[in-house]
Design a protein around this ligand. Structure first.
Ligand code: NDP
Length: 328
């Protein structure tokens, strides 16, 4: 019986358990491409899955992990052959389809993106779903028509994964980035990766006024709740905020005032079911618009056996930047 190393989530009497164990290859789910997973990463959602803090896992047993980079071992999909280097993000991996904290994954070939030229598999997962989501947010702002000439942009949860990559990318593109963080001790880090200003997240918490002083023309928000409501009320005329996260809560206690009086747009960002062409664009832009030196500064590496502990830390807001997970 062939087995491989994996982080397995099982249903328990109360909640779920996560264990680093061996998984039977015969239990892999349907898919036309089998991949040797080399690198994965830790995202907020992975933290929820391995701790069982929210019901993101909807099939048992599950292998946790929502994204990987690796090499195709076997393929019956016309686009892929053994030896191809690929990236996979989302599509229900780690939720409804066996995930990426494993030496092997079997997925649909239609889910895969080719590793961009010049990007290593490790770098792809240092970016991971969090970084690819940050790029989707940047693309949405650009699609809205935003350019650096329009004014400053704000990034919330800036010391986190989405926030760090958004800060680095936006600054490389020439934006004046206002980084909001609850960890002012990370101000030097945020300036190093591209923030022009660092503000305390307390400026954006508490009930939002319908309209407040205009401070930025765009933003990337990974926090949600009153933070997003405050961002919207402080957005300049015809600006836009890309909303991608809920680290501060799922609610949105806002009013229509920013939309109907300032023409502000709220742009929704989903990485999980994002169409493949947009994924390809996002990964190609990450290859050109994220400074590799900044990525190194943002990233630290752990092994598969460190994932469960790190999962609790990311939920506690104690992880800075991105964690890349070495699988083999
Ligand atoms: P991280 O934990 O790395 O970053 C989140 C950051 O938010 C923290 O580092 C912290 O930044 C800030 N934060 C945490 N708790 C609070 C709080 N209670 N109030 C205000 N700010 C808080 O997570 P990720 O970057 O991986 O993910 C960020 C969010 O984006 C998550 O909610 C995640 O689910 C979501 N996400 C959504 C995706 C999509 O497809 N829409 C894809 C990927 C992520 P600081 O210390 O700087 O304040």
């Amino acid at each position: 019986m062939a087995t491989f190393k994996a982080i397995r989530i099982d249903k328990a009497e109360k909640g779920t358990t996560a264990t680093l164990t061996r998984f039977d290859e015969a239990e892999l789910m349907d898919g036309d491409v089998t991949v040797r997973v080399e690198w994965s990463t830790l995202n907020y959602k992975d933290g929820l899955a391995v701790t069982g803090k929210a019901p993101v896992v909807r099939r048992f047993p599950m292998i946790a992990g929502i994204d990987f980079a690796g090499t195709v071992e076997q393929s019956s999909h016309p686009q892929w052959k053994a030896g191809d280097q690929v990236i996979c993000n989302g599509w229900g991996m780690g939720e409804t389809h066996l995930g990426s904290y494993a030496e092997k994954a079997r997925v649909k070939g239609d889910w895969l993106v080719r590793l961009p030229e010049g990007m290593s598999a490790r770098d792809a997962m240092a970016i991971g779903t969090a970084g690819y989501t940050a790029m989707l947010a940047v693309l949405a702002l650009e699609h809205h028509g935003l350019t650096p000439a329009h004014g400053p942009v704000v990034v919330t949860g800036a010391a986190g994964g989405v926030g760090s990559v958004a800060t680095a990318v936006l600054s490389k593109l020439g934006y004046h980035v206002v980084a909001s963080t609850g960890r002012l001790s990370e101000a030097d880090y945020l300036r190093d990766i591209g923030a022009a200003e660092v503000i305390d997240r307390s400026e954006l918490t508490g009930p939002a006024k319908p309209l407040a002083k205009e401070r930025w023309v765009g933003g990337v928000d990974s926090v949600g709740s009153t933070t997003l409501a405050n961002l919207l009320s402080m957005t300049k005329y015809r600006g836009a905020i890309a909303a991608c996260g809920l680290a501060g809560g799922m609610d949105l206690p806002t009013s229509v005032a920013p939309f109907i009086l300032r023409g502000v747009c709220l742009l929704g960002i989903d990485s999980v079911m994002c169409p493949i062409e947009l994924r390809k664009t996002a990964w190609s832009r990450l290859a050109s618009d994220l400074d590799p030196g900044k990525l190194t500064e943002i990233t630290h590496e752990i092994d598969l056996d460190g994932v469960i502990e790190a999962g609790a830390k990311i939920l506690a807001g104690q992880v800075r930047g991105r964690i890349v997970v070495k699988i083999v």
